[in-house]
Design a binder for this molecule. Structure first.
Ligand code: NAP
Length: 460
């Protein structure tokens, strides 16, 4: 019996069809061992954050879809099971009984909280919800964002904050060839937002955004960047540190900020929208009744060594008026029942991708990759190395794995998941979206409702 089991391909479950999930498949296939891979995804569509998080006007990045598609078609042993929500449609414990190893690649889809008064007022939104909304994520398309006011504040200075600012700053014409679904685009076109504030708690030398993304502001047709030149007087010790350290990103950011601050002295610019970059401010209260009308900030002092400058709140205050707020201060993963979870970090605890329990011992046959493994950092491509590390751990464990004696995962899936979407089904949706998009000069016109996807596929 054991010999029979050992002769069968390794059955692998992957939970989550985002970039990390596909990088795990890629790395697994490179092991050149017999495999049967089952990838479970909540939505009928694959690619996770690439489809629902990467900015709809970042076309080059979106092209990674074709790379992941090649991975999916590389092997007959790859099975996509879309429209299957773990814990709701099927328990992870049930899947694990049929497979030899499980990789969790569910990402981090919740925004962190600021934990300040007024955070839950009506016009205070998470970056996660706004980004998912303009990307046409079915779970978010019915969210409502009141863009009728003139001013928006974005808290946080990562690349997500820049994405939000750019989408708010673009003219209808600039947005029209993006992947933003038509119904959402029509709402964005009616936006009255003229003044966008991006507020960071530390200084230009510590800003999290990257130069390429920051430089995109310089190409905006009707928006100019405003920077207070006083913010650009950076201590020599910090500049020395940046110059000698490996990362030159912040020096480049400072150079771009200086260029923007010089440009603004050229008062002839006809651009009417402004993107105001503020430093050294921490929000301490969102003020207003029902809706936020202003934000009170503490003016921060910087302390600590040049390599690790920290913001410390002072008694000095500053106020910015606003009509809408986006909290863009990073993401957290979600807990899956029965799987260990670090609530504080929002990740699944692990050692080199092996999931560890409360005694710091590796859980047999359970691995993790991507943002749910290491937290929300890096670009999409960073997940490739992260996935390889986890697959490497699996490969080292091969001789120690307890092989599942349960056959019939396919039958179990067929009987449990009644409205399963296969990869070929997804391709039908994909082709239809691209065909509809090309009529409008866009890469695709997305389905934004799961019901409509299933109807189109004649699954319901
Ligand atoms: P992020 O890069 O970690 O930036 C989070 C921002 O929030 C930082 O400015 C951080 O300030 C600030 N923050 C955190 N806690 C705060 C608090 N309590 N009060 C005030 N400010 C607070 O996160 P992200 O923008 O969500 O991006 C996530 C990852 O996706 C990043 O690796 C990013 O580069 C990547 N991404 C890449 C692209 C692209 O390549 N085009 C696009 C989008 C996202 P501190 O620095 O002081 O902590």
């Amino acid at each position: 019996m054991n010999d029979q089991i050992n002769d069968t391909p390794y059955k692998i479950a992957i939970i989550g069809a985002g970039p990390s999930g596909f990088y795990v498949v890629d790395a697994l296939l490179k092991l050149n061992i017999p495999l049967e891979i089952f990838m479970f995804e909540k939505l009928p569509t694959p690619y996770g954050l690439l489809r629902g998080g990467v900015a709809p006007d970042h076309f080059k990045m979106k092209n990674l879809e074709s790379y992941f598609e090649k991975i999916a078609y590389k092997s007959q042993s790859f099975h996509f099971i879309g429209n299957c929500e773990i814990e709701k449609d099927v328990k992870i414990g049930a899947i694990r009984r049929y497979v030899d190893a499980t990789f969790i690649t569910t990402g981090a889809n919740h925004s962190r909280d600021l934990n300040i008064p007024g955070e839950n007022l009506k016009n205070s939104h998470t970056a996660a919800s706004f980004v998912a909304w303009y990307n046409g994520h079915p779970d978010f398309v019915n969210e409502s964002f009141d863009l009728s006011g003139k001013s928006a504040v974005i808290i946080g200075q990562g690349n997500v904050a820049l994405d939000i600012a750019r989408i708010l700053a673009k003219t209808p014409d600039e947005l029209s060839n993006s992947e933003i679904p038509e119904s959402i685009l029509n709402k964005l076109k009616k936006s009255n937002i003229q003044t966008i504030h991006i507020v960071g708690r530390r200084g230009p030398a510590q800003s999290k955004f990257t130069p390429n993304e920051f430089n995109e502001f310089s190409h905006l047709k009707n928006a100019k960047v405003i920077v207070d030149p006083n913010d650009l007087n950076i201590e020599k010790s910090v500049i020395d540190y940046l110059t000698t350290s490996n990362t030159k990103k912040n020096l480049k950011n400072i150079e771009l900020l200086k260029n923007y601050s010089l440009e603004i002295n050229n008062k002839t610019s006809p651009k009417t929208k402004t993107i105001n970059i503020h430093f050294h401010l921490s929000p301490i209260e969102f003020k207003g009744i029902e809706k936020i009308d202003s934000i009170e900030f503490s003016v921060n002092q910087m302390t600590g060594p040049a390599s690790d400058r920290k913001a410390v709140l002072t008694s000095k205050k500053e106020t910015i008026s606003t009509n809408i707020v986006f909290r863009s201060i990073g993401y957290l993963g979600s807990k899956i029942d029965t799987i260990p979870f670090d609530e504080k970090k929002g990740i699944i605890p692990n050692t080199l991708g092996r999931v560890t329990n409360s005694h710091n011992k590796a859980e047999k046959g359970l691995y993790v990759a991507g943002w749910i493994k290491r937290g929300p950092s890096g670009v999409i491509g960073s997940n490739k190395r992260c996935a390889s590390e986890s697959v490497n751990a699996f490969s080292e464990d091969l001789n120690k794995l307890t092989r599942s004696k349960n056959r019939g995962l396919e039958q179990f899936i067929a009987s449990t998941i009644k409205q399963k979407v296969t990869f070929n089904d997804w391709k039908k949706l994909d082709l239809h979206e691209k065909r509809e998009g090309s009529k409008k000069g866009k890469p695709r016109e997305k389905f934004i409702s799961v019901q409509n996807m299933l109807k189109f596929l004649e699954i319901i």
